[in-house]
Design a protein around this ligand. Structure first.
Ligand code: B12
Length: 210
């Protein structure tokens, strides 16, 4: 059966979780790659979402319901990701959302993109307090810390986090990404090393390392 994005979107809009998961699993089984499924189905289904209610509470729980379905799909994609990932490149990376940043799907997806490209990548969570991020860097000693920032008001906390982190961990390179990092004026105050936004950016970043 020929599948298309609109069909999946309809199931997701109706919050029919089981059918959404089955739909995506059938895509994988018919030969779609993890990258294709994420880019053609998962990312647009959230990025293009607009709540059709004027009541904020309704919008928030509906967004949670939607992301919960997407999270289940992302977890279910992991066995396919294991099969599709490239040779290891001996570079480690911790991915996190800074404190008060609850938008985490972009962080999870990009952790998986790094893994697909052979990085040893670990996602440590949404709304992660600065001291926990710093602790993870001290203990795990990754080559890179990647921060996913969606809301502009989290830039100030991110600025402080990067400054504190770099005081004691001079070697660490900081990558930033996410909607709040797309505006050059907003990020001018951040002491980051790299800015990446997509799978293609990750591929180019890797090519420059090798
Ligand atoms: C789902 C959602 C939520 C969920 C998130 C649940 C979860 N577990 O993640 C919940 C309900 C928690 C939520 C809450 C809020 N949300 Co909200 N939310 C969304 C929604 C619908 C989808 C976000 C998403 O997951 N997109 C899909 C991912 C894959 O896309 P992405 O995050 O942009 O990431 C992509 C790139 O940016 C990049 N990327 C991201 N990070 C990184 C990191 C690296 C290293 C790399 C390489 C790339 C990368 O790769 C991804 C793939 O392309 C958006 C709508 C939208 N248009 O984005 C609003 C949106 C992001 N939310 C918004 C707002 C305002 C809020 C609230 C303030 C609402 C409120 N009144 O409470 C709160 C704030 C919560 C907080 N403190 O963080 C605004 C943000 C406006 C702004 N720019 O400041 C948006 C844009 C809605 C809107 N049109 O107004 N939200």
């Amino acid at each position: 059966m020929q599948k298309n994005y609109q069909e999946f979107l309809e199931l997701l809009n109706q919050e029919r979780k089981d059918e959404c998961v089955i739909y995506i699993m059938e895509l994988f089984n018919s030969g779609f790659s993890v990258k294709e499924v994420y880019e053609q189905y998962i990312i647009p289904s959230l990025a293009e979402y607009e709540c059709n209610s004027d009541v904020e509470e309704i919008c928030i729980w509906k967004e949670h319901t939607r992301t919960s379905i997407i999270r289940t799909i992302l977890e279910s994609s992991y066995p396919y990701l294991i099969k599709q990932k490239k040779e290891k490149i001996n570079k480690s990376i911790i991915v996190a959302c800074p404190q008060l940043e609850y938008h985490e799907i972009g962080a999870i997806i990009n952790t998986n993109f790094f893994i697909l490209e052979g990085f040893d990548a670990k996602y440590i969570g949404a709304n992660t307090p600065s001291e926990q991020i710093i602790s993870a860097v001290k203990i795990l000693k990754p080559d890179y810390l990647a921060l996913s920032i969606t809301n502009y008001y989290n830039i100030v906390a991110t600025k402080k986090l990067i400054e504190t982190l770099k005081e004691d961990n001079k070697e660490i390179k900081v990558i930033i990404g996410g909607q709040a990092t797309k505006n050059p004026l907003t990020i001018a105050q951040l002491k980051y090393d790299y800015i990446l936004q997509s799978y293609e950016d990750i591929v180019m970043f890797k090519e420059n390392l090798l």
